[in-house]
Design a protein around this ligand. Sequence first.
Ligand SMILES: [Zn+2]
Length: 319
Amino acid sequence: MGLGNRSFEKLNAEYGEIRRENERLYDERLQRIYSSYPELKDYDDEIAVAGLDLAFAGVRGTDGSSLKAKYDELTASREKFISEKGIDPAYRERIYTCPVCRDTGYIVKEDGPAEKCGCFKKRESEILLEESGMSGILEKNNFSVMRTDLMDDENKAHFLKAVDLCRDFIATFDTDYRNIMFCGTVGTGKSFLSACIASELLASYHSVVYMSAKTLFDSLAEAQFAKGDAAEAAALRDRIYDCDLLIIDDLGTEMTNSFVGTELFTIINERFNARRSVIISTNLELPLLRDRYSDRIFSRITGSYDVLKMCGPDLRSVY
Ligand SMILES: [Zn+2]
């Protein structure tokens, strides 16, 4: 899915702004040159009229040879004038920040649908990363910096099995609907593996939202109870409910109350119904999860999540 509607519209508006700004720069440059060389404006105006006459003659099918001669003569005089005055011939060229897509964000192919330009994809990635809440987290948390050398054989085998499942989760993300729950004590790689998955999915233009449970429920409570900006509150809910992957980190560290219980169930249930994946990490043992939240949350999670029990020593200093 990539960017949500709101962000997509914002990005398209950003391109509109770039086009307007470049149009303004183009006009400004042209006016500056015309005020220094008024004759150049006369040439350009006359050539524009001559060009139109020629085009009309073509449409009507009448003999345009004299019009063509006039047009050629005018353009030749203009070129001569430009070179005599030392004017940059590019003064009439449109200004584009990205000449490849002419600041539209898309490349239109003759024999197929329009494709996103590289510049658009780059902005899309930047926005996805910004919205994921993971800027600064991913450099230290991705598969390329993964280390298992400090684990004993048993823990290593267990960890690598979890890694395999994560890689499989990524590889089948667009075709299979799956969820993961990482359980285990502090520093066993739960958040690390969540971030590895996020990093790979962001790179393939999926929208990911990563929030600690505390931030998630605090933000939702603020949006609901504080008289804040309604549009901002709606945007927060859109992100949480509509992103391709939601990561709730450290479930159980938030202050649990009935609001949290209801919100958690709604998020898990709505995303389940929409077949949108969730990754949860928690220090809580499964029975504690049932005690703290509710049977319905517990059964939803055990029924539709791969539960990965992480173990081993605290590896936070390694990552
Ligand atoms: Zn472009």
